[in-house]
Design a protein around this ligand. Structure first.
Ligand code: PLP
Length: 417
């Protein structure tokens, strides 16, 4: 347990005041007459001023389509988008910038791999492993693939703390395992999986490994070469960027082997009615006009995070998580859902006698935004015997005072039930 004094000193090192000024309007918003306390960061983060301004600048002064033009604005837009790719390459330490494919987000990235790599290289009887704590985005695309090609989905279980049972995962691996797709940090539980070990174990069976990094990139340092994953996917909106933008990182060799996904402009080399040949990476997987403003905003978001440092963010969030966990544990009648030893800044819970959606509605009246429901992880809910949980999730602009308001609001709500 941390003392209040230690918490304060960590906060000042982090310069939380300055960080909050980067989100000037939204952090001063009032909700139902109360100052907004935004604790729904696992759903989406707030956007710093620099990101909003970069997007507005594109639309106000620089709007144009990229790749196809020789005029100034088109070339400028093209350069910005390719610089964005390089920034993301640097951020996740990909070997090559063309290993970074722009998509609409984590969900689309996973579907892309399932529909291209999966359809081409998996066959009846092959096995895919996911974990019990996956987001639906990392379950359903594989089920769809299984229905199509006859491969089999295997599920690595978790224990009652919400931790992957590594020994059981290892038992599932065999010569038929062709693909492992696992979440790095669970959105419903906060569990940080031992993803490097997961990848290493899969590699012993030559399985391809995809990592769902949606809840990881904004909260812990990611190095895809160090992890040695084959695919790594995430969404811009969970790391201070715009919605409708995301990344599929894939190793060049695999991406080159995969057929394109969507057909259209930009992804082609030559088109005749007899035969079409395809463009090189990364464009082979980027059919049509991309979300240009989104790419520009995404790069600005990554720049923002790089300016602060993911390790510093992680330290701050861990301090908040520990403090919030200590405080909420003092409230009788609250059960934490997700008590893994290694956790990201997610606090899931249920309150005796109160439905999570009622907690969500009542706490909103206090200005506190949390998420309630199944968090697109119904198997997780089933494991814990609940239909829904309430979830507070923290980010770099949250403070100890935010936690205090949240805890006080919970105590007030509890009295109503
Ligand atoms: N995977 C995880 C772990 C998530 O938390 C989410 C979103 O909450 C997703 C996948 C899907 O992300 P998106 O809706 O941005 O595609």
């Amino acid at each position: 347990m941390q003392t209040a004094k230690k918490i304060e000193s960590q906060l000042s090192e982090f310069d939380i005041k300055k960080i909050r000024q980067d989100f000037p309007q939204v952090l001063q918003t009032k909700v139902h007459g109360k100052p907004l306390i935004y604790l729904d960061n696992a759903a989406t983060t707030l956007k710093p001023k620099s990101v909003v301004e970069a997007i507005a600048k594109h639309y106000q002064f620089e709007a144009s389509n990229i790749h196809r033009g020789v005029h100034f604005l088109s070339e400028h837009g093209t350069a910005l988008c390719e610089q964005a790719r390089e920034r993301i390459q640097d951020f996740i330490n990909a070997d090559k910038s063309h290993e970074v494919i722009f998509t609409r987000g984590t969900t689309e990235s996973i579907n892309l791999v399932a529909q291209t790599y999966g359809r081409s290289f998996l066959k009846a009887g092959d096995e895919i492993i996911v974990s019990e704590m996956e987001h639906h985005s990392n379950i359903v695309p594989w089920q769809m693939l299984c229905a199509e090609v006859g491969c089999v989905l295997k599920v690595a279980p978790m224990n009652d703390a919400g931790e992957l049972v590594f020994e059981e995962y290892k038992k599932l691996l065999n010569a038929k395992t062709k693909l492992v797709s696992m979440v790095y940090v669970s959105n419903a539980l906060g569990t940080v999986n031992p993803i490097k070990e997961v990848i290493q174990a899969a590699k012993e069976f030559n399985a391809v490994v995809m990592v769902d990094g949606a809840q990881a990139v904004a909260h812990l340092p990611v190095d895809v070469q160090e992890l040695d994953c084959d695919f790594f996917v995430f969404s811009a909106h969970k790391i201070f960027g715009p919605t409708g933008m995301g990344v599929l990182y894939g190793k060049e060799e695999l991406l080159n082997k995969m057929p394109p996904w969507q057909g259209g402009g930009d992804m082609i080399d030559q088109v005749t009615f007899e035969k079409t040949t395809y463009n090189d990476l990364p464009h082979k997987f980027e059919a049509g006009t991309p979300h240009i403003a989104g790419i520009i905003g995404f790069a600005e978001a990554i720049k923002y995070v790089q300016g602060i440092g993911v390790t510093a963010i992680q330290k701050h969030e861990q301090m908040l998580l520990e403090y919030a966990t200590d405080e909420i544990s003092k409230i009788e009648g609250i059960r934490l859902i997700g008590t893994a030893k290694h956790k990201g800044a997610v606090l899931g819970f249920v309150m005796e006698g109160a439905h999570p959606s009622d907690i969500g509605t009542l706490i909103d009246m206090e200005g506190v935004a949390i998420r309630t429901g199944h968090h697109c992880a119904q198997p997780v809910m089933r494991h814990f015997g609940v239909s829904a949980t309430a979830r507070a999730s923290f980010s770099l602009y949250n403070t100890k005072e935010d936690v205090n308001v949240f805890i006080a609001a919970l105590k007030k709500i509890q009295k109503m039930f």
